[in-house]
Design a protein around this ligand. Structure first.
Ligand code: 3PG
Length: 219
């Protein structure tokens, strides 16, 4: 396990990155060629922090291409499921990593890794495991389906130090409400870059939607 100061500096990095972003698009890329234009269209709309999910065979190459060619983007890897995924994130110099869950193996690997990591939790026990490993910033997933804001408030009650990045079912319609919770650092979701828009190359529309979201959610 890493020492306390390393753990604190990783958490501080997350607060800086996610707290400044407030809104993090959860991106699924099927074609590597879409990665750079998509990232540019989000950055043009004011969204710089991007989560590229490891859900497709193109994901890692896509993230690498964005890191190389879109210097204003701050790239994290999502859907990190195990220690090998974490190493992938570190190997491409991703700035952070997120998981939908918090298995003991993943928490241990993340404790040893230097990469700022956000484990996923939906229960008190998962949150306790994350906190015990020094992870105070967690992804609440799947946020809407697991009970929405009332569930977040109930979970947060016994754990005043925990801070949350809810994802799952967040949209333009409810993002502001989530962000007004005092312990919500940022919200994430796929609504800002729908797969059909990516496939059709609707970059201007993605930029317009990003700008609108930032005007409302992160003024
Ligand atoms: C995630 O991995 O965070 C979710 O798949 C995002 O959920 P959404 O598609 O409902 O926004």
């Amino acid at each position: 396990m890493t020492d306390h100061s390393t753990s604190v500096s990783r958490q501080e990095a997350l607060v800086r990155i996610l707290g400044a972003a407030r809104v993090v698009p959860v991106i699924t890329i099927d074609g590597v060629e879409d990665a750079v234009p998509l990232a540019r269209s989000l950055v043009s709309g004011g969204i710089r922090v991007l989560e590229i999910t490891l859900r497709t065979s193109a994901a890692l190459e896509a993230a690498k291409a964005i890191i190389a060619e879109v210097p204003d983007a701050i790239v994290g890897l999502g859907t990190v499921l195990n220690g090998a995924d974490l190493e992938r994130a570190a190997s491409i110099d991703a700035k952070f990593a997120l998981s939908p869950g918090a298995t003991p193996e993943l928490l241990q690997a993340a404790s040893r890794s230097h990469i700022p990591f956000v484990p996923g939790i939906a229960t008190a026990s998962e949150l306790m495991a994350a906190l015990a490993h020094g992870f105070e910033i967690v992804k609440f997933f799947p946020a809407q389906q697991a009970g929405g804001i009332p569930a977040l408030r109930a979970l947060a009650g016994p754990f005043p130090n925990a801070r949350f990045c809810p994802t799952g079912g967040i949209s333009a319609a409810n993002a502001a409400e989530w962000l007004s919770e005092r312990n919500v650092v940022a919200v994430g979701g796929s609504w800002l870059c729908p797969v059909p828009d990516i496939k059709a190359g609707n970059w201007d529309s993605i930029t317009a939607q990003a700008r609108q979201a930032m005007d409302i959610l992160a003024p």
